[in-house]
Ligand binder design. Structure first.
Ligand SMILES: NC(=O)c1ccc[n+]([C@@H]2O[C@H](COP(=O)([O-])OP(=O)(O)OC[C@H]3O[C@@H](n4cnc5c(N)ncnc54)[C@H](O)[C@@H]3O)[C@@H](O)[C@H]2O)c1
Length: 307
């Protein structure tokens, strides 16, 4: 029998996951619940969707994730929760406790870990340890769609796209032990991040920088080595003083694959069917929330915060 999958939220990202799941013959999407009845199929309520599912994708807006995810876990479902896992410390802790005390798979939607570009960075860093790094994650505006500028829906700018980079820096460089953030005009952060290895990195993120490409870039520097990414599309690196620069280009791949969504969905189903640990855990989700909140606190108090 196929794994029955339900959705809470039938917007953009649900469509991406459903495109991937439609190509996985181990699963059936059996119910999609949305507060907008025109978007729902096979379920008139969240509870009905739970009843018809073994595993649930939480793909509603940010500030709703925690309640929906905890309810799904308590109903005994496997859960794929889109980012951010939560937007408050209490909610993040609530999900972490519920996930760790259940024997179900709980995975967070940090797709970048599985993108070709960032997977390759991780592979290169294994042989060329980083000494320092600079991370950029900008948005053009917080106007379209309108809810991107509404903190009641997003939980705050850092919980939107920048939260991906809190997870990415832990994925590439290890655990964060402290950070020191300063706020610019409104949603412009300059952050100095310290890792348990002793390494430091800078992270700059601006909410309304214009759509200047690339919005997202990682630059990593080691001993006679430099790695530079351009979105999840290209990667250039020079490994060795006399080496040539190599460039890899993933633009020909479909977006679902290039951005790591397909691999993340496949790993979620693998984890459920094979009894494996999830590829991105509730603890990973929890830590990213801790780091975003620490940035707000650090910027408000203008001091370094241990995390
Ligand atoms: N991993 C990624 O890169 C990525 C990319 C885009 C969005 N996201 C995340 O996915 C979530 C959804 O984003 P989106 O772009 O699909 O938004 P969207 O606005 O396109 O879709 C959200 C849907 O949720 C529905 N909804 C609202 N309240 C609900 C409720 N209580 N129960 C069920 N459905 C409800 C809305 O009617 C809408 O159809 C957000 O948390 C966002 O941060 C992640």
């Amino acid at each position: 029998m196929k794994l029955r999958i339900g959705f809470a939220g039938a917007g953009f990202i649900a469509g991406v996951h459903r495109t991937n799941l439609a190509q996985d013959d181990r699963v059936d999407v059996t119910a999609v619940y949305d507060v907008d009845p025109a978007r729902a199929t096979g379920a008139a309520s969240f509870e009905e969707m739970l009843d018809k599912s073994d595993a649930v994708y939480i793909t509603a807006p940010n500030t709703l994730h925690a309640d929906l995810a905890v309810r799904a876990l308590q109903a005994g479902k496997h859960v794929f929760c889109e980012k951010p896992m939560a937007t408050t410390l209490d909610d993040a802790r609530r999900i972490l406790d519920a996930a760790q005390s259940s024997n179900r798979v709980f995975q967070v939607g940090f797709n970048r870990r599985f993108s070709k570009v960032y997977a390759k960075v991780k592979q290169l860093l294994a042989g060329h340890p980083p000494h320092t790094a600079h991370i950029k994650m900008n948005r053009g505006e917080l106007l379209k769609p309108v809810w991107t500028g509404d903190e009641k829906v997003t939980g705050g700018f850092l919980f939107e796209t920048p939260i991906h980079m809190f997870d990415m820096m832990r994925f590439q460089f290890g655990e964060v032990v402290s950070l020191d953030a300063r706020l610019g005009r409104v949603n412009d952060f300059s952050i100095l991040v310290e890792f348990s290895s002793g390494m430091h990195a800078t992270f700059v993120t601006s909410a309304d920088a214009s759509w200047f490409f690339p919005f997202e870039r990682l630059e990593v520097f080691g001993e006679y080595s430099t790695i530079e990414t351009g979105e999840m599309e290209t990667l250039s690196y020079r490994l060795g003083l006399e080496a040539e620069t190599t460039t890899e280009d993933f633009r020909a791949l479909p977006m679902e694959e290039r951005w790591g969504f397909r691999e993340g969905d496949r790993l979620f189903v693998d984890a459920i069917l094979n009894g494996q640990a999830p590829a991105v855990t509730a603890f990973d989700g929890y830590r990213s929330v801790v780091l975003a909140l620490a940035c707000y606190q650090s910027a408000a108090e203008k001091r370094r915060i241990a995390v």
